[in-house]
Design a protein around this ligand. Structure first.
Ligand SMILES: Nc1nc2c(c(=O)[nH]1)N[C@H]1C(S)=C(S)[C@@H](COP(=O)(O)O)O[C@H]1N2
Ligand SMILES: [Mo]
Length: 252
């Protein structure tokens, strides 16, 4: 049986189990295949699980749409950000020479990278859409290093399940599963439309993840950690988003 029909079968199986034999069976199936998102609890729990499970199985390797240069939006819309912290302003005053991204957790070689190091790795540009959960969006050209390149350098352990990433700005942290972390279009962006990434858009460094809503593309990223469990982060729901009422998985 080929991969896709197998995936379809599992998804259909989970959905059918939810309908026919009740929630417990569906939940057990989803658990078995590692398809339960960290914020699955509560009234809408099964809905979240089904959305995540079917997306995971059917679109694990699919690509977000990429656009032509002529389709780039006139103005990349920066969303409002909270007033910048002193820690950020100090680094900005120094031209971000001292900006660091540290990666630790379930990796062979915990490493701290400077921007210059990140820029020395093979860079990639992609023209994708950033879509906010509030309804607006824009198309821009993002330049950076694919995250899988950097994760290969630090050596992710086989039992890793999630990547948790943090902004230098308080209250902004997110996580994604390893399948999204290693996805070819997920990258650490330091450029926008041919220039350095402007501060309002998350410069000098943000995560870009075009297959999920804008809030997963955290700005001002300074720290990432690889883990097999999200329980000890924040309220254990996987990220700041579900703590504020948004879905952890924001696939588009
Ligand atoms: N650190 C940080 N990251 C953030 C945000 C923020 O306010 N602070 N806003 C998020 C939201 S809700 C969206 S829609 C996008 C907006 O990206 P843009 O400003 O480039 O349009 O960034 C996301 N990343
Ligand atoms: Mo947003």
């Amino acid at each position: 049986m080929n991969q896709l029909s197998r995936r379809k079968l599992i998804t259909t199986g989970i959905a059918a189990a939810a309908g026919v034999s009740g929630l417990a069976v569906a939940a057990r199936l989803a658990q078995k295949y590692g398809l339960v998102p960290p914020d699955h609890g509560g009234v809408y729990g099964l809905g979240e699980t089904l959305t995540y499970a079917s997306q995971r199985l059917l679109t694990r390797h699919s690509l977000a749409r990429e656009f032509q240069p002529s389709q780039i939006s006139q103005r990349p819309v920066p969303n409002d950000i909270a007033p910048l912290s002193d820690a950020y302003k100090r680094l900005q005053a120094g031209g971000f020479v001292d900006w660091r991204l540290s990666i630790d957790g379930l990796v062979d070689r915990p490493t701290t990278f400077s921007l210059a190091q990140l820029k020395s790795y093979p860079s990639r540009s992609q023209i994708t859409q950033l879509a906010c959960e509030e309804g607006w969006s824009y198309i821009a050209q993002w330049t950076g290093v694919p995250l899988h390149h950097v994760l290969d350098l630090v050596g992710v352990h086989p039992r890793a399940k999630y990547l948790v990433y943090f902004s230098i700005e308080p209250d902004w942290w997110e996580s994604i599963d390893m399948s999204d972390a290693l996805h070819p279009q997920t990258f650490l962006a330091y450029g926008l439309n041919g220039n350095d990434l402007p501060t309002p858009n998350g410069g000098p460094l943000r995560l870009r993840l075009p297959r999920q809503l804008g809030y997963k593309s955290v700005k001002f990223v300074t720290h990432m950690t690889v883990t097999d469990s999200l329980k000890s982060f924040g309220k254990g729901l996987g990220s700041a988003a579900p703590e504020a009422g948004y879905s952890w998985y924001a696939g588009i």
